[in-house]
Design a protein around this ligand. Structure first.
Ligand SMILES: Cc1ncc(COP(=O)(O)O)c(C=O)c1O
Length: 412
C-alpha cells in the first residue's frame, strides 16, 4: 500500500451493516451469472406484489410537475406534520396527544436517529437497545461518543424483554432506552404490560428518554401493537415512524420523530434537535407530498397487503417446523423471522452458515450475530416478503443444505 494513503478515521472503519455487507459476495455471484434468492433485505419493493400505492405515487408525481421542488420547512411541511399528528392521535391502539409541533420530518428514521444521538449523547453516555436489534442502534451512537449496551430479549419466550437484565443495566449514564416495536429482526411485539414495566423502570432514571421505533406499527397480525407514548405520563418518549415499511416506499426516504414530553424535560434537547434539523435544511419536498397522500387518503389497501404478508409468514412457519435443524418463534409483526439454527455446527457459526448457503444454494439470508454478537448468534434473519413459491423454493434449498452438512459433519 502506498505510504501516501490519507488516513481514514477509526469511527468510519468501525461501521458495519450486516444486512448490506452480505450483499457484496452475492453481487459477485450474480456477476458470475448465478441467480440469487434474496431474503436479506427488508425492502418490500425488492419483491413483486407489494408496490407503493398508486395514489401516493401520483401525489409525488404531481408535486414534481407542479414544480414543488423547492426546500420545505426544516421541520417538515406543516400539512404533513398535521397529518402525522392526527395519525398518532387516532391510532387503533394507543393514540396519544401529539401536536403538529411535536413532529419533525426527516430523511427516514435513519436520519432521525442520527439527529437524536447528536442531541442526546455525550462522551461516556449509554444507550440501551434490545438484543438483537436493527444494526444502526449499535453503529451510530459511537459516532457521538456514546456506547450501546444490549438488554436481552428472551429467545424461548417470543423474544419478550428480560426485565431482570434490563433493570440491571440501567444507571445514570443511560440517556436513551430503545424499544423496537414490532422488532426487527425478531418480529416480536411488546405487550401493554411490558410497556408499563419499561416505563416504570425508566421513571427511576430522570435523565433517561425512551426511543420507540414503531416503523412497523401497522404490520402487526393480531392488531396488538400499542404505542409507547400512549402509556407514559412522565417519561419522555420519542416515537419514530415513516413511509418506508407500512406505506411501502422505503426509497422515498421520509420518516419522522414525534416527541411526547409530558413534564417538559426535553426543552433544551428540543432546541438542539431543531438546530440540527435547520442545519441540514429539509427532507425531500415531493416525497413528503407522497407520504401526505398516504396518510390522508383511504388506506383499505393496507389490510390486503398485511394479509398477503401474513399468509407468507404462515408458509414460512409451517416449513420451518418441518425442517430438522431450524426452529422459530412465530413473529406477531414486521416481515422478518429470526430463525434458530439448532445443528451444533452452526450455533457459533451463523455467518459461515449464511455464506456457505449463499455459495452452495444461492439463497441469501443475514447472520444473526450481525444484529447482536451476544444475543443474535446461532440465528439467521429471513425476510418473508417474496411470494409463497419463492419462499418454498428457498426452504427446499435450505433443507437440502442442512441435510448435506449434517451428513458431512457426522462423517468427519
Ligand atoms: C427498526 C427499523 N427502524 C428504522 C428502519 C429504517 O427506517 P427508514 O427507512 O425510515 O430510515 C428500519 C429498516 O429496516 C428498521 O428495521
Amino acid at each position: 500500500m502506498s505510504s501516501n494513503h490519507i488516513k481514514v478515521t477509526d469511527r468510519a472503519t468501525k461501521i458495519e451493516y450486516a444486512i448490506r455487507d452480505v450483499v457484496v459476495p452475492a453481487t459477485k455471484l450474480e456477476e458470475e451469472g448465478h441467480e440469487i434468492i434474496k431474503l436479506n433485505i427488508g425492502d418490500p419493493l425488492a419483491y413483486p406484489g407489494l408496490p407503493t400505492p398508486e395514489h401516493m405515487v401520483q401525489a409525488f408525481q404531481e408535486a414534481l410537475s407542479k414544480q414543488e421542488n423547492g426546500y420545505s420547512h426544516s421541520y417538515g411541511m406543516m400539512d404533513l406534520r398535521i397529518a402525522i399528528s392526527k395519525n398518532e392521535k387516532s391510532k387503533n391502539n394507543g393514540g396519544w396527544n401529539c401536536n403538529p409541533d411535536d413532529v419533525y420530518v426527516c430523511h427516514g428514521v435513519t436520519e432521525a436517529l442520527q439527529i437524536i444521538f447528536a442531541a442526546f449523547l455525550e462522551e461516556g453516555d449509554l444507550l440501551l437497545s434490545p438484543g438483537p436489534h436493527y444494526p444502526p442502534y449499535l453503529t451510530y451512537p459511537q459516532l457521538y461518543g456514546g456506547r450501546t449496551v444490549e438488554y436481552r430479549l428472551n429467545p424461548s419466550d417470543n423474544w419478550k424483554i428480560d426485565f431482570d437484565d434490563l433493570e440491571s443495566k440501567m444507571n445514570e449514564n443511560v440517556k436513551l432506552l430503545v424499544l423496537i416495536n414490532p422488532n426487527n429482526p425478531t418480529g416480536g411485539i411488546i405487550t401493554e404490560e411490558e410497556l408499563d414495566r419499561v416505563i416504570k423502570i425508566t421513571e427511576k432514571w430522570p435523565q433517561c428518554t425512551i426511543i420507540s421505533d414503531e416503523i412497523y406499527d401497522r404490520l402487526n397480525f393480531d392488531n396488538s401493537h400499542i404505542s409507547a407514548a400512549s402509556r407514559s405520563k412522565s417519561v419522555p418518549v420519542i416515537t419514530l415512524n415513516g413511509v418506508s415499511k407500512v406505506y411501502y416506499a422505503p426509497g422515498w426516504r421520509i420518516g419522522y420523530m414525534a416527541i411526547h414530553d409530558p413534564e417538559n424535560r426535553l426543552t433544551k434537547v428540543r432546541d438542539g434537535i431543531e438546530r440540527l434539523l435547520r442545519s441540514r435544511l429539509c427532507a425531500s419536498t415531493p416525497a413528503q407530498k407522497g407520504y401526505l397522500a398516504g396518510l390522508s387518503e383511504n388506506d383499505d389497501w393496507m389490510l390486503k397487503y398485511l394479509n398477503k404478508v401474513k399468509k407468507q409468514r404462515d408458509v414460512c412457519v409451517k416449513r420451518i417446523n418441518e425442517i430438522e435443524g431450524l426452529e422459530v418463534q412465530v413473529p406477531a409483526g414486521a416481515f422478518y423471522m429470526f430463525v434458530k439454527l439448532t445443528d451444533p455446527q452452526w450455533q457459533n457459526n451463523d455467518k459461515k452458515f449464511v455464506l456457505d448457503l449463499l455459495h452452495e444454494e444461492h439463497v441469501l439470508l443475514v447472520h444473526g450475530s450481525g444484529f447482536s454478537p451476544e444475543f443474535g448468534k446461532g440465528h439467521v434473519r429471513l425476510v418473508y416478503l417474496p411470494d409463497e413459491k419463492i419462499l418454498n423454493e428457498s426452504f427446499d434449498r435450505i433443507d437440502r443444505f442442512l441435510t448435506r452438512h449434517r451428513e458431512n459433519f457426522s462423517d468427519s
